[in-house]
Design a binder for this molecule. Structure first.
Ligand SMILES: Cc1cc2nc3c(=O)[nH]c(=O)nc-3n(C[C@H](O)[C@H](O)[C@H](O)COP(=O)(O)OP(=O)(O)OC[C@H]3O[C@@H](n4cnc5c(N)ncnc54)[C@H](O)[C@@H]3O)c2cc1C
Length: 396
């Protein structure tokens, strides 16, 4: 089976940034992408909040990210990931082009639009129902359209649609938008935009194409019909985690409500050696700038994990017999102790391990507190000792 160091699933902003950081750390990086590198931003016309670039289309920015990653020569593979299997701690990535064993995996598959779920939505998707203003807006030249939603995407894409449509209704279940103040002001100041407050779409109706929406006022219960040719649904996102279903259902891969993947501040998931970054994780803000930050963190954490695995396993678990001291690099007294041990020629065969940074190895060897000295024979701890000075190592 093909063996790789870091396998990144998804070439959106998170995955591409991770590829840059991973390659710059010297890792072998394979990036698997089923669509167009760049991710979700490929579908938006305007990005105005990526620092350093005052305005770019999503495609332009996605292209810049891809080219930047390519400079460091990760391998890009056009491939859809269908699942991940964890066997005896090994991580096997199953793709439509074969399986790959990875030392570390980064999940960066982003998120997709949530469906409205009303009758007519599925039936008229592609026939008036859309989830992408940039892709489909131009089909509605001089026609009246509706947008469903009240967040940034709904409000911004509603304004974007005014360059084609003669009227854009924004249907929102509350009486004010959740979007940023600037976006709301821009929308409400546009004569072509008309909000319809306190309302939900009960049904999308038509014959060949969308013709009307059945609306319900959530405060009065009153039903009404709104004639439109198109309806754009922007009611939030859901994580692209379908291929991880067996791991999620069995509780091995922990998720939050809504299926968002739980990670710690190193982007580590509940599976050792599997990291997640970008829109698919549980977090407050899903944007390019946060996805790239997550990607960088995940790549560095994956690098630390792989180094720990490869180097520490070789040093600690493979020799016939080895002595090791686990200490904490954030405790000055323990840093001094490590220096003291290093300085004594008698102890120069002792392997010093920063147990704070290499917590997984510490856990694996059941190190409960730091500092701690261990005698390990062929991967099994035969003696453990609490130490406070280099001379305590005599007892090992
Ligand atoms: C219309 C729109 C407008 C937006 N506007 C802005 C904005 O102005 N500013 C801003 O900061 N953010 C904006 N965003 C949000 C931004 O696009 C996301 O936060 C960002 O793209 C998340 O990056 P990501 O890498 O986590 O995921 P994504 O960009 O979603 O990338 C994930 C990638 O993984 C791939 N993938 C998924 N499943 C698989 C699989 N099984 N196998 C292989 N590949 C897979 C996908 O094809 C995709 O390329 C917008 C989003 C949309 C939809």
């Amino acid at each position: 089976m093909e063996k790789r160091e870091l396998v990144i699933i998804g070439a959106g902003p998170a995955g591409l940034t991770a590829a840059i950081y991973g390659r710059r750390s010297g890792l072998d990086v394979l990036i698997l992408e089923k669509g167009i590198p760049g991710g979700q931003i490929n579908t938006t016309d305007e990005i105005e909040n990526w620092p350093g670039v005052q305005h770019a289309s999503g495609q332009e920015l996605g292209d810049m990210f891809r080219k930047h990653a390519e400079k460091f020569k990760p391998e890009f593979r056009d491939s859809e990931v269908q699942g991940i299997e964890i066997k005896d701690g090994k991580k096997i990535v199953i793709t439509d082009k074969g399986s790959i064993e990875a030392a570390a995996v980064l999940l960066a598959t982003g998120a997709s639009f949530r469906k409205q779920g009303c009758p007519g939505e599925a039936e008229f998707t592609g026939r008036g129902v859309s989830y992408c203003a940039v892709c489909d807006g131009a089909f509605f030249e001089d026609q009246e359209v509706a947008v469903i939603g009240g967040g940034n995407t709904a409000v911004e894409e509603g304004v974007y649609l005014t360059q084609f449509a003669s009227k854009v209704y924004i249907i929102h279940r509350r009486d004010s938008f959740r979007a940023d103040k600037i976006a709301v002001e821009r929308a409400l100041g546009d004569p072509k935009v008309q909000p319809i407050w306190d309302s939900v779409v009960e049904e999308i109706r038509g014959t060949e194409m969308v013709e009307t929406l059945l609306l319900k006022n959530v405060k009065t219960g009153e039903l009404s019909e709104l004639p439109v040719s198109g309806v754009f649904v922007f009611i939030g996102n859901e994580p692209n985690v379908g291929f991880l279903k067996p791991l999620i259902d069995s509780g091995v891969l922990k998720t939050a409500r809504g299926g968002w993947i739980k990670v710690n501040d190193r982007m580590e998931t509940s599976i050792e050696g599997v990291f997640a970054a970008g829109d698919l994780i549980e977090k407050y803000l899903r944007q390019v700038v946060t996805a790239t930050g997550d990607g960088a963190t995940a790549a560095m954490a994956a690098y630390a994990y792989i180094s720990e695995q490869v180097h520490l396993e070789g040093k600690l678990l493979e020799p016939e017999e080895v002595s090791a001291v686990f200490y904490s690099s954030v405790d000055q007294a323990q840093v001094r102790l490590a220096g003291e041990i290093e300085a004594v020629p008698q102890w120069n065969r002792v392997v010093l391990v920063d147990g704070y940074k290499n917590s997984r190895m510490a856990e694996k060897l059941q190190v409960q507190s730091l500092p701690c000295a261990l005698k390990i024979k062929k991967g099994t701890v035969t003696k453990r000792l609490e130490i406070s000075s280099a001379t305590d190592l005599q007892g090992l």
